[in-house]
Design a protein around this ligand. Structure first.
Ligand code: HEM
Length: 234
């Protein structure tokens, strides 16, 4: 028997899929071809808009991770944080689409972007603010338990949360590495070391960690921590 596909949900779409996913609104959020300065604006907007959606999910997971940490439930916080980390990994993977955007084509669309910069991303700002909140909640959790991390076995939920926090830090840094490469190759920013230039600022941020006190002596890239700081300073 054929499945009944007539819509039952409220809304304007012609199907329940369209009504629930709001596809009409979603797919209307990109500039129409006749508005575009360059056809690659679609590629550019899709990468950025989907990054904002993944960051929205990361923000929701981080918000609850902070709450669960404050409520002395590190196991739940670690699972939530792992979701946020995966969301940022997907945001990192999406940067690969910029392999198909040439610097010349990017320059052609730049007037359409006004003075806009990804540095103004609302999702990214909220996610970084929440990371700092998580660091504070975790420190308070350790104090409330009256333990130090090194005294805990690796199987302890608080230890697991610390590992998830290191994973988060590493993933944010991996995003920054890839993003730095994109800024150079697509944005045409020169890595000439001039103080305060966009390339210098982005390179420095690669070495930033929200939870430096949780870092293992060697990162998962196999690079000793001291070399990491030298890269960040370069
Ligand atoms: C062609 C693609 C891109 C280029 C050329 C580019 C370039 C840049 C540059 C030059 C900066 C330094 C600040 C400035 O001068 O505005 C910056 C910062 C930033 N961009 Fe991008 N970007 C691109 C894509 C993205 C995407 C897809 C995102 C995702 C939301 C993003 C998020 C950010 C963030 C959060 C910063 C602040 C630095 C940080 O926290 O690491 N950018 N970008």
């Amino acid at each position: 028997m054929k499945r009944d596909q007539s819509p039952v949900l409220p809304g304007d779409g012609t199907t329940d899929y369209a009504r629930y996913m709001r596809t009409d609104e979603l797919l209307g959020l990109q500039r129409r071809p006749e508005e575009m300065l360059h056809r690659d604006e679609l590629l550019f907007q899709v990468v950025h808009q989907s990054a904002e959606l993944w960051l929205k999910l990361a923000e929701a997971e981080l918000t609850l991770a902070v709450t669960r940490t404050a409520a002395a439930d590190p196991a739940a916080a670690a699972s939530l944080l792992a979701r946020a980390t995966l969301a940022v990994r997907l945001v990192t993977d999406q940067l690969e689409m910029f392999r198909h955007l040439s610097p010349v084509d990017f320059q052609a669309m730049q007037p359409a972007l006004g003075n806009g910069s990804g540095a103004e991303s609302p999702g990214w700002r909220r996610v970084t603010a929440l990371s700092r909140q998580l660091g504070r909640a975790f420190a308070e959790h350790l104090t409330a338990r009256g333990v130090t991390l090194t005294a805990l076995p690796p199987t302890d939920p608080t230890h697991r949360l610390a590992e998830a926090m290191v994973d988060w830090d590493e993933q944010v840094s991996r995003w920054r590495v890839r993003h730095y490469q994109v800024a150079l190759s697509v944005g045409g920013h020169a890595a000439d070391g001039s103080p305060g230039s966009p390339a210098t600022v982005l390179a420095k941020l690669i070495g930033h960690r929200f939870f430096p006190e949780l870092r293992p002596p060697r990162s998962d890239t196999g690079i000793p921590a001291a070399a990491h700081s030298r890269i960040a300073e370069a």
